[in-house]
Design a protein around this ligand. Sequence first.
Ligand SMILES: Cc1cc2nc3c(=O)[nH]c(=O)nc-3n(C[C@H](O)[C@H](O)[C@H](O)COP(=O)(O)OP(=O)(O)OC[C@H]3O[C@@H](n4cnc5c(N)ncnc54)[C@H](O)[C@@H]3O)c2cc1C
Length: 299
Amino acid sequence: ANVVCPRRRVRDAVAAGLDVTYGRRCVSVADCVITFEDGTTEGPFDVIIGADGVRSRVARNKPTYLGYVVALGIAPAEAVPTHLRRATWQCLDGVANRMYSMPFDGCTDASTDAADDIRETSDGDRVMWQFSWREADEGAARLLAKAGGVTIRETVQERCRDWASYVPHLVSETAPEDIVAYALVDIDQVRCVVDDRTVLIGDAAHAMSPFKGQGANQALVDGVELARRLYRVQSLRPVSSPPPRGALSVEEALLDFERECIMRVTPKLNMSRANAQLTHSISALAVADVPRAEAARAA
Ligand SMILES: Cc1cc2nc3c(=O)[nH]c(=O)nc-3n(C[C@H](O)[C@H](O)[C@H](O)COP(=O)(O)OP(=O)(O)OC[C@H]3O[C@@H](n4cnc5c(N)ncnc54)[C@H](O)[C@@H]3O)c2cc1C
């Protein structure tokens, strides 16, 4: 089953249990010491966990361009017809372009969680849209990602000009400051262990295309799986606690986590890449009352 949850709620829930310092940019990690942009250092630490996303400074294994661009916008719900305001929907041209939209504040027809009531979380109903397309020219993709909302909006408008009128209308009703774009990347192979005391989780370890909706999900599971293994390292436990069952050294814990992560995430990474290809091709238009990928395979 799919559970829709606004990113903000997940972030707040995670941060509530942590002592977070904002506004310090890490530039490098070596010998368990972190160096920050302002020249200060911290450490040495027992373990460093790099969770610094797709442009990680901690990771050595860097992601590469996937061949797609995605533009994201947030618009007032009135920008779409009434029946689509609380719906998740997409439009595909079966060539290279895809529009996807859903309520921004997590309030969907499927949600039964009172906390998802949009009136509690924002001044008004909003929808989030993603317009993605195949773009072979990596330079053009990266240029657009830096171009700013006005140029991105014009580019998307041009691409969906002849589509059902509510699609270009949604784009034109979105303020440029609420539009961004990314050149999508993914990783060739999942890699978590950087050295015997430094490990990666989330996009830093396994950046993937968003077309399977798995990146954040797997990042959250990473946290749990890594914590389970670090809990078995005697030196990381409170002095008063009994020895763990199946004690591990830090190095063993990190390697065991990496093994688990590779097995769990590699299929998701591959499916996310396949889905990127599928949703921007003629196969996406295969008609059947089954999941899209299954319909495409059967066609
Ligand atoms: C368009 C789109 C749609 C998506 N949809 C979904 C979806 O439906 N479901 C899903 O599961 N996933 C989805 N994803 C993927 C998801 O957003 C990522 O996989 C997830 O955010 C990864 O979490 P993370 O914590 O590893 O990295 P991030 O969320 O990128 O967080 C990294 C953090 O590290 C900080 N940071 C970065 N560099 C440094 C530095 N040098 N020093 C200090 N701090 C630093 C950043 O400020 C940020 O706070 C989508 C992605 C995109 C682009």
